[in-house]
Design a protein around this ligand. Structure first.
Ligand code: ADP
Ligand code: MG
Length: 347
């Protein structure tokens, strides 16, 4: 017999985190699937932080509204447990997805990053730092929609105090060191060192996630936090291009995201801009131009907006060979723009 809580029937177990188990559930009122996170009340005695984590998560998710962020429906309580009910993601976590594919093509990774960028526009607008971005907290639906979840460690920022804020650290968490802190390999060095942090910590984690999508491994790994910090700060960032020959543009972008010094790390606006202007999605064929035309535009008509724009855009295409020439070897360039780029151009 499946357990029933309120209107929900609990079905298969989907996963388990440090404090809770997550089940697939079904809403008996409308037959919709949901995800139900179950916390045993016992856990609250041994982990006083848990209450704060749950309240954090509920507060954040109630405030956040984006297709790329998990929706929270409700909280239920019984004598023994607390249940949090969420929108259900019917595919896998990004972690499982990367493992199953070993590594993703640059194009696919960019498409997923674009969705993460959408989620973070909303997260930033609501002055929240997630602080636990990693592939197991990123979910995918069978239609390819990405959703950020697990806001248990998030932090609400008072914008005025943002730079001064001194947040909890691994060291402060010493008692719960192994439980509270998720995976140091995704954490920005300032967070690992217990220095003041700002919203750029999530940018660093996104950089690690981007790298992992492309190569199936993280750039810096060590089970010892001190050594890990050393590797991040002193080690050089290498891209195993023999595994996946990604564009120089993407390499440079990841490098910017993974700058150990948060002040030198890329700004959020630049991060968002990267996905708005240069993303190549299956989309509208905007313009077909011959090689000749391309040269003419480039050499003689510097004022021709489309010409210049198109040429620089072409330079930026991460996988130009795949989609730049149409038909192959024809000398005709095929430009595919996403809607954001078209809107940008119309201005
Ligand atoms: N909305 C959801 N839909 C489907 N699976 C989910 C959902 N939320 C969580 N899961 C599964 O449960 C696991 C743990 O959930 P998470 O929210 O990360 O909790 P924890 O705080 O315990 O890490 C995830 O890695 C995922 O496998
Ligand atoms: Mg988690």
């Amino acid at each position: 017999m499946n357990k029933v809580v309120d209107n929900y029937i609990l079905l298969d177990k989907l996963g388990a985190g440090q404090f809770a188990e997550v089940f697939k559930g079904k809403d008996r009122l409308n037959d919709m699937h949901v995800a139900v996170k179950v916390y045993s009340l016992q856990k609250f005695l041994s982990t006083p932080k848990l209450k704060e984590m749950i309240l954090n998560e509920i507060k954040a998710l109630q405030d956040l509204n984006s297709t790329n962020i998990i929706h929270f429906y409700k909280m239920l309580k019984t004598t023994n447990n607390i249940y949090l009910v969420y929108e259900y993601c019917d595919s896998h976590t990004l972690e499982d997805y990367i493992i199953s594919k070993k590594f993703l093509s640059e194009k696919e990774a960019l498409q997923l990053m674009k969705q993460l960028s959408n989620a973070f526009k909303e997260i930033l607008m609501k002055n929240i730092i997630h602080r636990d971005i990693k592939p197991s907290n990123i979910l995918l639906t069978s239609t390819g929609v990405l959703k950020v979840g697990d806001f248990g460690l998030c932090k609400f920022l008072d914008p005025a105090q943002e730079q001064l804020e001194k947040l909890e650290t691994i060291i402060n968490h010493a008692i719960e060191k192994t439980v509270i802190v998720g995976s140091p390999i995704y954490m920005a060095p300032e967070l690992l060192k217990g220095q003041p942090i700002n919203k750029k910590v999530d940018l660093y984690s996104l950089g690690i996630v981007f790298y992992e999508m492309l190569f199936g491994v993280c750039p810096f790994e060590d089970s010892n936090v001190e050594n890990l910090i050393y590797k991040i700060e002193k080690g050089s960032l290498n891209f195993p291009l023999e595994r996946n020959g990604i564009s120089l543009k993407t390499q440079n972008f990841i490098r910017e995201m993974l700058r150990p010094d948060p002040y030198l790390r890329i700004e959020w606006d630049k991060f968002f801009g990267f996905f708005e202007e240069t993303m190549v999605f299956p989309g509208k064929v905007e313009y077909l131009m011959t090689n000749e035309e391309n040269n003419r535009n480039n050499n003689n008509n510097k004022n021709n907006f489309l010409g210049e724009r198109a040429v620089s855009f072409l330079d930026e295409l991460p996988k130009m060979k795949e989609i730049g020439l149409f038909p192959p070897n024809s000398g005709i360039f095929l430009f595919i723009y996403d809607n954001n780029f078209l809107n940008h151009r119309k201005k």
